[in-house]
Design a binder for this molecule. Sequence first.
Ligand SMILES: Cc1ncc(COP(=O)(O)O)c(C=O)c1O
Length: 460
Amino acid sequence: MLMEGELVGTELPLVKTEIPGPRSRELASRLGEHESPAASGISDGEIPVFWDQARMAVIVDVDGNRYVDLTAGFCVAVAGHSNPRIVSAISQQAARLLHSQGVQNPNEPRVRLVERLAGLAPGPLDVVHLVTTGGEAIETALKTARLHTGRHTIIAFQGGFHGKIGGALAATSQTFYREPFVSVLPGVVHVPFPDEYRNPFGEGAGDPAELCARYLERVLTHPASGVCDVAAVIMEPVQGHGGWIIPPARFVQRVRELCTRLGILLIADEIITGFGRTGAWFALNHAGVVPDILVCGKGMASGYPISAVITTREIARSWHAYQQSTTFLGNPVGAAAALASIAEVEERGLVERSRVEGAYLKERLQTIAKRHPLVGDVRGIGMMVAIELVKPGQSKEPAPQETKQVVAALLRRGVMCTNYGGTYHNVLKLSPPLVITREQLDVAIDAIDDSLAEVEAAST
Ligand SMILES: Cc1ncc(COP(=O)(O)O)c(C=O)c1O
């Protein structure tokens, strides 16, 4: 039985105040007083909408406004926000054992989780290292590759994002995050990634996938490329921060072939794309590619912080006991949450749902796009669908200001969408919880249509 005011998760938008409302404004002002400016946009004058509660694909803010969610909280709430089964698993486990002494005294949920992940991961990947955040998992993966190969250099992709802590930041490409720390981020070389809308080699230069593959091959094999001692290539199978950039399967396969031929490890950063987001358990499944190291996080527990590195027995054996661990490694509550979330993804058929509903979302947006001069591109794979906004005309000039206005207009219509998408801050990156209903999707799509029209009308 539901308590009064409790959400079911299938509700539609209900906006009662200006957005952000008075309570969000008050909290923003208080947070801005005592929190690091690095932790939000408040020091830049932004006033975020503060979330109060959420259930499945519905969010309610602190002013009582209700939104349909197109974010899943940065692709996290795969099985829905505060999914009751996950909440119950967390509370039961927390009451029984909140923490065990990581490396020395493990716990049973951790055993069941590593078994489950080993079963889900493709091919021979069946040894799991649990950590807490995505950045930590990337660090662990990079160290694993270096340790196993005895080599140092990592190849990463331009537009790629792998986290903001030390080693992960070295692989992250964005200058904004790297610049102040670049002197302590050695050992990574960034190469172009096949963006089919914005060809990195220039408009009309040829097939970006072919050109990027050839570039990578040259970097790895040319005797005077300047790059040597390569341990691994790290790749997001679909670039997230970069703006939902989807490489063709043939590119992913070429990268795998090159790595295999040259004895270089392939690290797949599936932190965004894992657990059904793209309509497959892992995005590399679409290309039939098995990496040497698979990194996942975000959607793994639909909201509880836990992440994992999964690799082969042979690669994992490069580590000695106790050589790589953290205090919260294999936390029992995180493990219970992840097990419940994975069970929800499986039993509710969310991978298939992501494929089918994602295709519906993309198709409807492509139809709508025809009447909106602001829309330059609509692309997507599963429930990872992007609308790239550009100035009207053929220039493809990014429209970041208009993108911000569309996000604000969507909020006013009760649809939650993420700001600042893509390299040029001009991409609406849609990633609803995979449990979103068709009715909620339709309401969100209509709101996108109306919001685009509103912003277009205001800018002419
Ligand atoms: C692809 C990818 N890798 C790594 C990370 C870093 O994860 P975290 O923020 O949990 O450290 C992110 C975060 O957005 C990500 O999108």
